[in-house]
Design a protein around this ligand. Structure first.
Ligand code: PLP
Length: 449
């Protein structure tokens, strides 16, 4: 049988017998066969519809089966399916030009990769070469990918079972007022104290050993932590003071998630390197990359860059990247994300602070929000423990199950529910999805002491 003719049972059987899934105990999972998708919705084989409030892995910014993206891949496949990276390709050059145009400062060159982890690998390699310094600082509560360097940069439990790394990474605390590591009570205090802490880490780790600081412009999976005013410019100033490269990981927040091409544009800061993936082409074909400043790029004018990938800047991946720019511009995607975020999402989720005893904190911007669920608002004790699994995770699993039963596919991480629908979601579906979550939160309320 052709794959498209397979029954649900056949899809499930092949998957269980032969597909080895990431991040999973293989015997304990039962992946749902997905039959089709369109826009902000996908369907299982029984015809049940799910509003995709996680945009798959927060990558499907233009939604399922966007006709312009699909057509761009079909057209490119008919014209030139592939060409190796040492040759010049029209579509690769065009995408690099469009990315450079929306990147801040002198970030004018793009090194393409296959995804986010290898983008971070290469950003670190560039910084190490240019500075001659090997150590990298990254945040606790961060995710930077799962390849060797990227997983050691990562500041969440996914790193633990991959340790030890090569010893070249040190972690620091970023700003997170709701669970402040600095006993701060205002955003301004949190920002100032987080910067003082970072400077101490730099001094104690040895500025002469540190080539780069990498941070997510808005921490994604680890909590939608929007940095307070002044924090990112403060990081920039510390990097300048100590001769350190500033790498902004925008794999999750770049390309429209918060209504900006690059999130740094909203925070008045210009990094030396920006990494991207996911939203660049909504993941229709794997693609990531590093946007590089002129200063760093020119270091390699007469010195070869030591790195490469067979599929760097693959034409079938770059074509939907170019189409993404066209769609964003034609359909005013950045403007609608800001508008829907401010007008629809913000007031709705902020009201949950009063209406749900389990909602301890809500935060976010654009179409990127976190709802932090707690057992006790006074103490902030999380609804499930940090890194909860198995029975410990039951309350969050129950919230997720309530969402799914009502036709919404949620993004759940530890004690948080994130809101990250495709940027093309209709206002009607957005309102409907928020109402489903509102109702599902009553399940969490049931656990509150
Ligand atoms: N950086 C961030 C901020 C991410 O959210 C992710 C993936 O979720 C990555 C890097 C890794 O990207 P990839 O899975 O494409 O390697």
């Amino acid at each position: 049988v052709q794959p498209s003719e397979q029954s649900e049972a056949e899809v499930r059987a092949n998957d269980r017998a032969h597909v080895f899934h990431s991040w999973s105990s293989q015997a304990q999972i039962n992946p749902m066969p997905v039959a089709s998708g369109a826009g902000a919705t996908f369907w299982d084989y029984e015809g049940n519809a799910y509003l995709d409030f996680s945009s798959q892995l927060v990558n499907l910014n233009l939604g399922h089966q966007h006709p312009d993206l699909v057509a761009s891949i079909q057209e490119q496949a008919g014209r030139q399916a592939t060409i190796q990276p040492a040759m010049a390709s029209d579509v690769r050059g065009e995408l690099a030009r469009r990315i450079s145009e929306v990147a801040p400062g002198s970030l004018n060159k793009v090194l393409f990769t296959n995804g986010g982890a290898d983008a971070n690998e290469y950003a670190v390699r560039l910084a190490r070469r240019v500075t001659g310094k090997r150590k990298v600082l990254s945040m606790y509560r961060s995710y930077h990918g799962s390849t060797a360097t990227a997983i050691s940069l990562t500041g969440d439990p996914r790193r633990w079972s991959n340790e030890p790394g090569d010893g070249s990474v040190a972690h620091f605390f970023g700003p997170y007022l709701y669970r402040s590591a600095f006993h701060a009570t205002t955003e301004a205090e949190e920002s100032a104290r987080a910067l003082e802490h970072l400077e101490q880490v730099i001094v104690l780790e040895g500025a002469s050993t540190i080539g780069a600081i990498i941070l997510e412009t808005i921490v994604g999976t680890n909590g939608v932590l929007v940095p307070p005013a002044g924090y990112l410019p403060g990081v920039r100033a510390l990097c300048d003071k100590y001769g350190i490269m500033y790498i902004a990981d925008e794999v999750m927040v770049g390309f429209g998630r918060i209504g900006e091409w690059f999130a740094v544009n909203a925070f008045d800061v210009t990094p030396d390197l920006i990494t991207f993936a996911k939203g660049v082409n909504s993941g229709y074909v794997p693609l990531g990359g590093v946007v590089i400043s002129d200063e760093i790029a020119s270091f390699f004018d007469n010195v070869p860059f030591p790195g490469g990938l067979t599929y760097s800047g693959h034409p079938l991946a770059c074509a939907p990247g170019v189409a993404t720019f066209d769609v964003f511009e034609r359909d005013g995607i950045l403007e609608r994300v800001k508008d829907l975020g401010e007008r629809v999402v913000a007031p709705t989720v902020q009201a949950w602070l009063a209406s749900h005893p389990s909602v301890g904190d809500v935060r976010g911007t654009g179409l990127f929000w976190a709802i932090e669920l707690v057992l006790d608002k006074a103490t902030g004790e999380p609804l499930v423990p940090f890194n909860a699994a198995g029975a410990d995770a039951a309350p969050m699993n129950a919230v997720a199950a309530a969402c799914k039963a009502a036709g919404l596919w949620p993004f759940v991480h530890f004690n948080r529910l994130h809101i990250a629908p495709p940027l093309i979601i209709s206002e009607e579906d957005l309102v409907r999805g928020l109402a489903i979550i509102d109702e599902a939160l009553t399940v969490a309320d049931g656990y509150v002491v």
